[in-house]
Every structure is written in structure tokens, then in C-alpha cells.
Design a protein around this ligand. Structure first.
Ligand code: SPD
Length: 359
């Protein structure tokens, strides 16, 4: 069988088992990632395909004797080496800036402020599975601020954070002293108490409230903010719960939202759905910054599908492998405020779907 036919057969098998679509180029990218690194978590990072898809692909490639596992690392066999030679698969070359971790922005917005935040964040509550938590690195939190600051989306602005305060972005923005106000909504009382404790201690313009974002936003939060930030789970329900509620909170056309979206827990088909929802509501995407958000590993990783279905049983420990793209969106004239009740989606139904494997 020709190499290309073999890969096409494998592509169809990946789709059959994972129930997620992948292109031929997507499969070739996974092969390039394997050629680049033997660590399965970095293979996932470099593949830009859902974790479920990469894990399924690795398992099939092993069954087909194209890859083998040695000391919990993944390598091509001789059969695999011949195959990738025929397919002209190259290593992935990292052309990103090494000084800014590839984001294009300085992460140390202000060295002393960053140091202070760095010490505070060490005491943050640990991520919990029940809330699908997993925080970004403190460098990421400050890179988010630098980016938004560059666009003028923070200075003298009224800011809303919807969930994801495990990233402590609202606290960090308030610590810059540049925003007019920062309001934080999160379901996790531990985080709200943490924020309010530091707000009092540091005299910050920050108000944090326990709020379940499946519920409708109260009227006094609608149309009141200039900028929102969120980092939702990636189901369609969570897009509506977090991103569209953020949009509903904005004052008018030309206001701004930021959120993270992965190719780890979402496929390109989900991206299409997301972008269609945004466009339908007259919202335009101005930036999608790849791998902008770097996540620290969360303590419950081994309980999730991403680990259980993985080819090797190596824990990533300190390796940054879970990254997301950072979207910036702007409301247009005639944008829609969608503020719906989603409480019928209980627990996992709200934040889990077939493409998600980290919750
Ligand atoms: N469930 C594990 C951690 C995931 C963190 N959330 C990332 C959301 C990106 N939109």
C-alpha cells in the first residue's frame, strides 16, 4: 500500500474511533510533531488537534507498528521511519520569539508589580475538577494585561471578569491601578474570598461576587462594562454562558471582550461554530493569538480522559503542554445582548462534550 493511502486509512480510523473530524494535513502534522519530540504531551501541544484525536492517532499508529513506546517516550519504528520519509514529513521548526514566549508582548508589565503578584498567586486555591479549573501561568496573566493595555482596553475602563478567576486576572488588573473598576464573577467562593481579601488589604478598586454563570446576569450588570475577560470551558453552552454573557454586559458598539479557546479541547469544527455564533450576533474577531495562554498542570489530570486514553502513562509534571489561543472581539453597531438561563445544564453537561478530554 502507498504511504498516502495508508495515512488516509488511518485518518478514517481516527475519525471513526474519536468521532472528531481531522484532515489529511492534520494527520501529517501529528506525524511531524512525533518527529519533533518523543514526549506525548508535547506531541499534543505541537499537533494543534484535539487531545482525543492525538491520543487516538497515537494508539492506532502503535497498533500499526508505525510508532513504539520506550521508557514512556514515543518513537517511530523502522516501518514508521520509512513511511514518514515517503510522505516527506519534516520536524516542526520553532520560529517563535524566545524572549516573550512567542506572544509578541513583554510579560513583565512592571517588574515590581509582577513580583508582588507572583508572590500572592502562590497562595491561590488549587484547581478543582468540579469547576473544570486549571489556571494560566502568572506570566500569561500579565501578558493578557500587556496586550489589553496596548489596545487601551484597561485604562480608565469598567471591567468585568466572568469566571476563570483561577487565573487571577481581575486581581492583577486591579493591582495595576489603571482600570476604573474591576468586577469579578465566579462560582468558586474560595477565589472570591481570595480576591476580596487582597482587595481589602491592598485597597483595590475590585468587587468580587460568587455567581453561577449558567444563570442570567442580573439587570444591573447588563450594558455596564467597557471590557470583559473570560476563559470558558469549550462547550456551546459555555460559549453562551461565558462569552455571550460578557457581550451582554458591554455598554455598546466598539466595546471589547477577550477569551481563550483551545485546539486541545476543541476541533476546528467547534471553532467554526464559535465564530458563527459571534458573527450572528454582530461581533467581530480582531485578534486570535496562538498559544498566548500557557496553563499550569492541574492536580486532577490523571482522572481525565486526556490521561486515561494516552499512549504512555507519563505525567507532564512541570512541562507546559496545554495552551490556548487568545481571542479579542469587538461589538459592532446592532450587536445582540444574549442573556439566557442555562441552569438546565447540570454539572458536567455544562462543561463537557465529545471534544473535551480535560474535565
Ligand atoms: N480542565 C482543565 C483545565 C482547562 C482550563 N480551561 C481552559 C479553557 C480554555 N478556554
Amino acid at each position: 500500500m502507498q504511504a498516502i493511502d495508508k495515512i488516509e486509512k488511518i485518518r478514517k480510523e481516527i475519525i471513526k474511533r474519536s468521532k472528531i473530524w481531522i484532515s489529511l494535513n492534520g494527520v501529517k502534522r501529528i506525524l511531524s510533531a512525533i518527529k519533533t519530540t518523543s514526549n506525548q504531551w508535547l506531541i499534543i501541544r505541537y499537533s494543534y488537534e484535539p487531545i482525543n484525536v492525538v491520543n487516538t492517532a497515537l494508539n492506532i499508529l502503535k497498533e500499526e507498528k508505525i510508532v513504539k513506546v520506550k521508557d514512556e517516550n514515543v518513537y517511530f519504528t523502522n516501518i514508521g521511519k520509512k513511511l514518514i520519509k515517503e510522505l516527506e514529513i519534516n520536524k516542526i521548526e520553532n520560529t517563535k520569539c524566545v524572549f516573550c514566549e512567542g506572544r509578541g508582548f513583554k510579560f513583565n508589565f512592571d517588574k515590581n508589580l509582577f513580583k508582588k503578584f507572583f508572590e500572592i498567586q502562590k497562595q491561590r486555591p488549587k484547581p478543582m475538577k468540579v469547576f473544570d479549573q486549571g489556571n494560566v501561568t502568572p506570566q500569561t496573566t500579565f501578558a493578557r494585561i500587556s496586550l489589553a493595555y496596548n489596545f487601551g482596553d484597561i485604562q480608565n475602563k469598567e471591567i468585568l471578569i466572568l469566571g476563570a478567576e483561577d487565573d487571577l486576572l481581575g486581581l492583577a488588573i486591579a493591582m495595576t491601578g489603571k482600570a476604573k473598576s474591576v468586577t469579578i464573577l465566579d462560582i468558586d467562593k474560595r477565589l472570591i474570598d481570595f480576591d476580596n481579601f487582597w482587595a481589602k488589604k491592598l485597597n483595590l478598586k475590585l468587587n468580587a461576587f460568587v455567581f453561577d454563570l449558567r444563570k442570567k446576569l442580573p439587570n444591573d450588570l447588563l450594558g455596564k462594562f467597557d471590557t470583559f475577560f473570560t476563559d470558558p470551558s469549550e462547550t456551546v453552552q459555555a460559549i453562551k454562558g461565558f462569552i455571550l454573557k460578557g457581550v451582554a454586559s458591554l455598554k455598546g458598539p466598539g466595546c471589547v471582550g477577550y477569551f481563550g479557546f483551545t485546539l486541545k479541547d476543541s476541533s476546528l469544527v467547534k471553532w467554526y461554530q464559535l465564530e458563527k455564533i459571534l458573527n450572528k450576533n454582530k461581533i467581530v474577531i480582531t485578534e486570535i493569538l496562538p498559544d498566548f495562554n500557557h496553563y499550569e498542570n492541574w492536580p486532577y489530570l490523571e482522572e481525565t480522559r486526556s490521561f486515561k486514553n494516552s499512549l504512555t502513562k507519563k505525567n507532564p509534571n512541570k512541562i507546559i503542554w496545554y495552551t490556548s489561543h487568545w481571542y479579542r472581539i469587538v461589538t459592532l453597531e446592532g450587536f445582540k445582548r444574549v442573556n439566557i438561563d442555562l441552569t438546565k445544564f447540570s454539572g458536567k453537561k455544562f462543561y463537557d462534550d465529545i471534544e473535551n478530554s480535560t474535565s
